[in-house]
Ligand binder design. Sequence first.
Ligand code: C2E
Ligand code: MG
Ligand code: MG
Length: 746
Amino acid sequence: MAASADAGECHSEAGGRVLKATVALVLAVMAVAFAHAAPASLRVVSDDNYPPYLFIGPDHQPRGYLVDEWKLWEKKTGVHVELVPTDWANAQSMLLDGQADVIEMLFQTPERAPLYDFSAPYAKVSVGIYVDTTISGIDDVDALRGFEVGVERGDACVEHLKEHGISAIKLYRGYNEMIEAVHKRDVRILCMDDYPANYYLYKNGADTEFKRVFEFYSGQFHRGVRKGDAATLALVDNGMRLITREERDELRRKWMGHPVNFTPYTQLFAYALAVAGAAGIALAIWVFTLRRAVERRTRDLGFLVYHDPLTRLPNRALLIDRIDQAIRHKEGARLALFLIGLDHFKRVNESVGHEVGDQLIKDMAERLLGIEQAHTVARLGGDTLAVALVGTLETATITAAAERMLRLVGKGFAWQGRTIFVSASIGISTWPADGDDGATLLKHADAALGLAKREGRARFRFYNTSLTSEAQGLLDLGEGLRRALQRDQFLLLYQPQVDLRTGRVVGVEALLRWRSDAYGLVSPDRFIPYAEEAGLIGAIGDWVLQEACHRGAQWVRRGWSGLHMAVNLSPRQFGSFNLFEQVSDALGSSGLPPHLLELEITEGSLLQHGPAVSSVLSRLRALGLSFAIDDFGTGYSSLAYLNRFPIQVLKIDRSFLIGLPDDARAVTLTSTIIAMARNMNMRVLAEGVETEAQWNFLRDAGCDCAQGWYIGPPMSATQFEDWISRGAPFPYSDGLYSQTSENGIR
Ligand code: C2E
Ligand code: MG
Ligand code: MG
C-alpha cells in the first residue's frame, strides 16, 4: 500500500515537472516567434481619464491598471509599448487614422462593428445615470426625455441614448470637463461609466450633489484594432495570455482594492463579526420599521388627498371623480346626488364639544353607508355629507331615499346616557336632468340644500334652475353685509305666537331679514353665521333690539297690551360686555314695558359662557324681562342644567314635530319634554306647527303655545297689523277667518 502510494506520488510529481517544462518551451518558442514577426513597437491609445484603468496622476504621469498591465505585456513579449492616454474621441480617431495600433477599453457596439476587430472581453463595467440631487422623478430612461444629458464625446452612451429617443445630449471633451460643467450648473444629468464617475465626482466634491438614479446599461471592455488587422489582434491577445493569473491578481489588488489578511486576527474578527452581525440585524429591523412607518405615512398622505380624515370617506374631489366616472360609463340610467347638511350642528359642537360632534358625524356617516344602492358616501367637510345613488331611479325612489336619510339622521345620537337629536336638510340634484358632471351636480345639490334650509330645515328639496343665480350671488355675501346697516337694508318680520288653549295671539317673534340689492330678501340662516364670523353681530343685534322694542312699544300704545316681543340673541352677543346696556337702553328709549320683552337664547350660549352668562341673565331678569330657550332638543338638551338659569319658556325645535301625531317616537319625545318643562314651571312653545293635526296633538299633550305656518308666517309690521285687524285669521294657509277675540288681537 505504502509502495504504491509512493509510486503514485512519484508519478504525479514527474508529470508536473514535464508539464512545466513543456509550457516553458512553448513560451520560449512564442517569444522568439514574436521577436521575429512582431513590430518593434506598438502604440496603444485610450481614454486618459478612466480611473482606475487609465488616468493622469497628480504627477501628470499616466497611471492605472492598464499602464502596469501593458508594462508586463512589454516585458513578456519584448515588444516596446507606447501607451498614449488622450481624450476618448481622439483615441478613437487616432486608431482609425492609423496613428495607433490598439485601442483599449472599447465597448462593442453595432456602430463600431464595421470599424474594429475586438479582443475577447476582459472586464465588465456598468454605466449609470447621475442626476443632480435637487431633481427627482427620474427613475428610468424614458424619464430623461426633455432633459439635457451630459456625455463624454465618443462615449457609447450617445448611441444608447439615441436608441431611446433622447437627443438632447451635451458632449464634453472628457470627464474633467463634465465635472467642471456640473459645477457651473451647465449640466445636471450625466451619463457616465460608474468607475470614473465615482472617482471624479468624489475627487471634485460633487458626489453629494449627484446621485446615481439607475444603471443605464452595462458593457464589457475589449481591446480593439482596425478592422482586418488580425495580426495585431493576435499579437496583443497572445501577449496578454503570457501574463499569469498571479500577476493579474496582483494588478487587480493594486488598482481595484486590497483584500485584508485576517489570519492573525481570526478570533477577534469572529467576535467583531458577531457583534457587527447583531448590530446589523438590529439596524435592519430598525430600518425596516422605519421604512414601514414611512410607507404607512406616505400611504396615509396619499389617502388624505382623496379622503376625509375623520370618517375616512371619500372627500369632495373623489366624490366628483366617482360621479364623473359613473356618468361616463353610464353605470345607471339615472344618478341622484343627495347633499345632507346637519341642522344646527354648530350648536351641538358649542354645547357638547367638538369631539362629541365629530363622533356624531362619524355615526351619521356610518348610517348613510347602510343605504342600499349607495354608490358613494362622502364627507364634504363640516356638517355636510353626500350620498350618490345610481341605478334605474324613479322619482318616487329618490324621494323615499331622502325620507329614509332624514329618518336615519333623526334617530338621535346616544351620548353619556342621553340622546342628542339632530335633524338634517337635504338638497338633491339628478343626472341627466341637472348637469352632466360631478362638479355641476354638486353645485346644484348645494343650491337645493340652501333652499331646504331656508324653508325651515329638516326637509329635502330638489334642485330647480332658478336656484343657480341665487347660489352664485351668495358667494360674496360678506362685502354687502358690511354696508347693510348704513344702507338701512335690514328689516324685521314678526311671526305670531298663539296660546293653544284660548287661540289668542300672545306674542310675536321678531325675525331678521336682509333686503340685499343683489340677492333680494336673504334669510338669517344664510347671513347670521357670516355676521358672527365678521364681528358684525353686535351692531346688527343692537339694531334688532332697538327696532323690535320700538315696534313693540308702538303696538302697546295701540292698545295691544298683552303682546310679547321675542328677540333672538346670538351666542356671540353674550361675549360682548354691553349686552345688558344694549337691552336696558332699548327698553328705556322705546318705553316697552320690560315684562313684554322675551329674549331667545340657545343652550349653547349657556354652556359656552357659564357663570358670565348667568350674571347677565340675572341682571336682565331683574329688569323684568323673560328668557326663552330656542330650538330645545337640538343640543345638550338637559332640563336639569337649564334649571340653574332664570328661564321661563322652552321652545321645542320644529324637527321634533315632523312625525306628529303618527310617529310614536315623535309623540314620546314631545310629550316627555312638555311634561318635564311643566314640572319645572316653564311654559312650552312648539315651533313650526304646520298642520291642524299637530296643533291638536300639542294642545292635548299640554303644550302652552305654538308658532308656525299653520298660524301665520313671519310678516312685515304692516302685514301683521293688518292680519290682527282682520281678527288674526288662521289656519293661515287657507285664509279662513275663525273667531274674533275679545281684546281684538284674536
Ligand atoms: P328660530 O329662532 O328658530 O326662528 C324660527 C324659524 O322658523 C324662522 O326662520 C321661521 O321663519 C321658521 N318657521 C316659523 N314657522 C315655521 C313653520 O311652520 N315651518 C317651518 N319649516 N319653519 C317655520 P327664519 O326667520 O329663517 O330664522 C331662522 C333663524 O335665524 C332663527 O331661528 C334664528 O335662530 C335666527 N334669527 C332670526 N332672526 C334673528 C335675529 O334677529 N338675531 C339672531 N341672532 N338670530 C336670528
Ligand atoms: Mg328663535
Ligand atoms: Mg327656533
